[in-house]
Write a protein that binds this ligand. Structure first.
Ligand SMILES: [Zn+2]
Length: 219
């Protein structure tokens, strides 16, 4: 799976000119190879049919997922990110779900995954921000593990925006940065490398927000 821009014409143009690198081998580039299955994504204006690609070198195939989607999530990344932001400021998953029209259990799942890997996510995005080569102000601790992770994503957004300029890459949102710089894997198993071991899943997970355990956190 490779994250690409939303505009299909631009993706097609880059496929034709061999501008998309293969993630499976060092020197291959991807060419068009049909389409992946249609995805119905809550929040999108219509069904999304991602392009499939095949490496001209190693022949591996990769789905090109637009930057508005996280891997294996049926909601737009902007929706998921908005929910996580609300959680980081202390809202519970039920009220977030009610506000967005998303099942509370789904919201709870997003929050739990991010909380369980918050430190690794924070480190990853801060490293990207520093690598962008602009002055990066390390965000202050927010008192919430989710909040700290999201602050790092926002630092990366700011760094990428400063480095490349808003005009050349379109509007750079924290949600799109969270997708692009995780390869769509922000909430996927095993990302960043090393998280998601069976031991971690057995530990009780702290909730987002002010650190208080809400009554439904262990349900
Ligand atoms: Zn390849």
């Amino acid at each position: 799976m490779v994250t690409v821009e939303v505009d299909p014409a631009h993706v097609e143009s880059r496929l034709l000119s061999g501008e998309i690198d293969c993630p499976s081998c060092p020197s291959g580039v991807l060419g068009g190879w049909g389409h992946a299955r249609v995805r119905r994504v809550v929040g999108a204006t219509g069904p999304i049919r991602p392009r499939r690609s095949r490496c001209r070198g190693c022949s591996a195939t990769h789905v090109l997922l637009p930057v508005v989607l996280l891997l294996r999530r049926a909601y737009l990344a902007e929706w998921i990110y908005a929910a996580l932001q609300s959680a980081a400021t202390g809202s519970g998953h039920r009220s977030i779900g009610a506000g967005l029209g998303v099942p509370a259990t789904t919201v709870r799942g997003w929050i739990r995954v991010l909380t369980s890997r918050a430190d690794a996510v924070r480190n990853h995005f801060l490293a990207v921000a520093v690598a962008a080569g602009v002055d990066v102000r390390v965000p202050k601790a927010t008192g919430s593990r989710c909040g700290d992770a999201l602050a790092a994503i926002d630092a990366a957004r700011s760094a990428v925006g400063s480095r490349f300029g808003g005009d050349s890459v379109g509007e750079v949102t924290a949600a799109s940065v969270s997708v692009a710089l995780s390869g769509g894997r922000l909430l996927a198993p095993g990302w960043p490398a090393g998280v998601g071991s069976p031991m971690q899943h057995e530990l009780p997970l702290p909730v987002c927000g002010d650190g208080q355990r809400s009554s439904d956190a262990t349900v």
